[in-house]
Design a protein around this ligand. Structure first.
Ligand code: CAA
Length: 389
């Protein structure tokens, strides 16, 4: 019997502000049904000027460290595609803000929205080698597209922190994994750009092909049949994408997609993503948080995960929900993280979209905006300065 390893705890954080899609629609003359129904989004999280992937990550991880201590955490993996430095891992700043022991390895991972899943799988390998150790896997991203581009309505920001350990308290991650990689240019962000480039239609097609490829490999590795899963957590660049992807897999497997099977399989995974927007590598695990918080008892039930990162890499794997998981959920805090956001108007959103840290090497303080646990207080000599609030 293999050692059970998986997600022991999960906590998330999101940005200070929320832009309702009604405001974006009023600005660009879009019929609101396109946002609410067509892509399945209600609002998007907008980080304050003194928030970034580091402050989001530290805010997400702080409750995990407070609950479990840091004695067993010997590795921190921070996955992001909105990196703040080409050399230094954002995780090292987080390690410092959280006061983690110096005897820790910290590293940043990148493969678009897939990075956190690589982190989770690598963490399982480390725990297998030494079950006394725990790994803190953090997915943290700010999704930003050009103003007035089709991608604008799918922006968002969030971080998810997961503690990976033996005898996990929430979800036991299972073998096998189905894998898929293909060199495509559906979505990318060159180093000199702050906003992502995307071929919207091609990206949807690339996602579906990758989901199919990962599922095909999963089946060839003797994975379970679709019917053996109680629900599916898909990467959600916008929540409608989870519906599209599940319908695609059902069709691929020869199932009927006329009934409400798709909604039953993915409907309870979308609540947080619908309000937060695309959080890139965090989004599939926000789907898990929503599912665990909202579903009736899932004890012993199997969940399917489909992680997709443009460019592209996809992975399909299963996990079984463990007994007693409900006692370890953070449902109240999760709802609070979403509802505490302050609504922002279009002018305020636009100002933040255009806001950038000065790059002249001088001393610059950031405006004090966040009401969160940590803030980016400024930049000095090209060094970002962080503080606990
Ligand atoms: N009422 C209801 N539905 C409406 C509507 C209305 N009034 N008006 C339009 N719609 C529907 C459309 O029929 C369409 O539905 P289907 O997809 O089911 O056909 C949907 O709303 C969207 O309409 P459009 O396709 O016309 O929208 P668009 O041209 O503005 O593009 C988008 C949508 C491609 C998702 C764009 O927002 C985009 O480029 N987003 C960024 C890229 C992205 O998220 N890609 C996803 C896959 S890649 C990935 O997953 C990685 C990642 O995180 C980026």
């Amino acid at each position: 019997m293999p050692l059970p390893i998986g997600i022991h705890d999960l906590s998330f954080a999101t940005g200070e502000f929320a832009l309702p899609h009604t405001i974006l629609a009023a600005h660009n003359g879009t019929e609101i049904g396109k946002y609410h129904v067509g892509i399945g989004q209600e609002s998007m999280s907008i980080p304050a000027a003194d928030e970034d992937i580091v402050t989001l990550a530290a805010t997400a991880a702080a409750p995990v460290v407070a609950r479990h201590g840091s004695e067993r955490i010997r590795t921190v993996v921070l996955a992001t595609e909105s990196s703040i430095d080409q050399a230094k891992s954002a995780g090292v700043y987080v390690h410092s803000l959280l006061g983690l022991p110096s005897a820790t390895r910290v590293v940043e991972l990148k493969q678009a929205c897939y990075g956190a899943t690589a982190g989770l799988q690598f963490a399982i390998g480390l725990v297998q080698r030494d079950p006394a150790q725990q790994v803190l896997v953090i997915a943290s991203d700010v999704s930003k597209y050009d103003l007035d581009s089709p991608g604008e309505a799918t922006q968002g920001a969030a971080a998810v922190a997961m503690l990976v350990s033996a005898d996990p308290g929430l979800v036991r991650i299972e073998d096998p994994s189905g894998l898929f990689t293909a060199d495509v240019m559906d979505f990318w962000r060159p180093n000199y750009r702050t906003t992502a480039l995307v071929d919207g239609k091609e990206s949807i097609d690339a996602y579906l092909q990758a989901a199919e490829g990962a599922w095909k490999d999963y089946s060839e590795q003797d994975g379970h049949a679709l019917e053996q899963f109680a629900a599916f957590c898909y990467h959600q660049p916008f929540t409608k994408m989870a519906h599209k992807a599940h319908r695609h897999l059902l069709n691929y497997c020869g199932h009927d997609t006329q009934g409400d099977d798709v909604t039953r399989a993915v409907g309870r995974t979308t609540a947080y993503n619908r309000a937060i927007g695309n959080s890139y590598t965090a989004s599939v695990y926000l789907g898990l948080a929503a599912l665990l918080d909202q579903a009736d008892d899932l004890t012993g039930r199997r969940i399917g995960f489909l992680s997709y990162g443009s460019g592209s890499v996809a992975e399909f794997f299963g996990g079984t929900v463990v007994a007693g998981y409900q006692d370890r959920l953070r449902t109240e805090a999760n709802i609070e993280a979403v509802s505490r956001r302050r609504p922002i108007d279009y002018a305020g959103y636009r100002e933040l979209h255009e806001w950038a840290l000065p790059d002249d090497g001088g001393d610059h303080a950031t405006p004090r905006q966040t009401t969160g646990l940590f803030r980016l207080s400024g930049i000095s000599g090209h060094k970002r300065l962080y503080q606990a609030c």
